[in-house]
Design a binder for this molecule. Structure first.
Ligand SMILES: [Zn+2]
Length: 213
């Protein structure tokens, strides 16, 4: 049995009751959850299981293992309240989708450069590319397109492509369909205004940093 990942169907839920399916010292598994575990560059949620702080959330196969803080008296089968830090999660969701759009704009307008990495925290998102010259040369176009996409407040549909293997995608009609297992906002207007910054991270490697403003 693996955990039912409610954060996909209901990415705006900030608390849920769940049942403990196993405990190994401080490591707990649940029958269902809303607390995301680091994957695809999106950081884990901060949160609690009952009153115990989640110190670490690790995705292994289709399951998620939560390490909780302190000595506890939880038992397998117990019903618990899972809460996430919603402010943090929402910033991550907005930055995540800003990064999705920037990546798609780069791919569409600059011929799919090699992506070297991506990371989304609550403070910023970053995308790394193999790139000659300064990637800041793209910022006029990216900012203009981004602003227009945000202004048009386009619907973002997220769905399974292959439920058995938990492969998901997001789609904006007429713009893109992209594989991603992260948590997504419902429409592009939620992103709001963003700022782009360039960072040269080595010869032929460029980073785009994205900030909410
Ligand atoms: Zn995504």
């Amino acid at each position: 049995m693996h955990v039912h990942k409610v954060f996909w169907e209901q990415p705006y839920l900030s608390e849920i009751t769940a049942r403990i399916t196993s405990i190994n010292e401080s490591v707990v598994t649940l029958d269902r959850t809303i607390a995301y575990a680091f994957s695809g560059g999106q950081e884990s949620d901060a949160g609690t299981i009952d009153s115990y702080k989640i110190l670490k959330a690790e995705k292994v196969g289709k399951n998620i293992y939560y390490t909780i803080h302190g000595s506890h008296n939880l038992k397998t089968g117990d019903s618990v309240l899972v809460k996430i830090d919603w402010e943090r999660r929402y910033r991550i969701m907005r930055l995540h989708f800003a990064a999705e759009i920037i990546l798609e704009l780069i791919n569409q307008n600059y011929n799919h450069p090699e992506k070297l990495g991506a990371h989304i925290s609550e403070e910023k998102a970053r995308l790394d590319f193999r790139w000659e010259g300064s990637i800041a040369d793209t910022f006029d176009l990216l900012s203009k397109e981004m602003e227009s996409i945000v202004e048009r407040d386009l619907e973002i549909k997220s769905k399974f492509i292959d439920e058995e293997n938990e492969i998901r995608c997001w789609e904006i009609e007429g713009f893109a369909e992209v594989l991603c297992g992260g948590t997504h906002i419902k429409s592009t207007g939620e992103i709001g205004r963003v700022a782009l910054r360039r960072n040269n991270i080595g010869r032929g490697k460029e980073r785009i940093e994205i900030y909410l403003t």
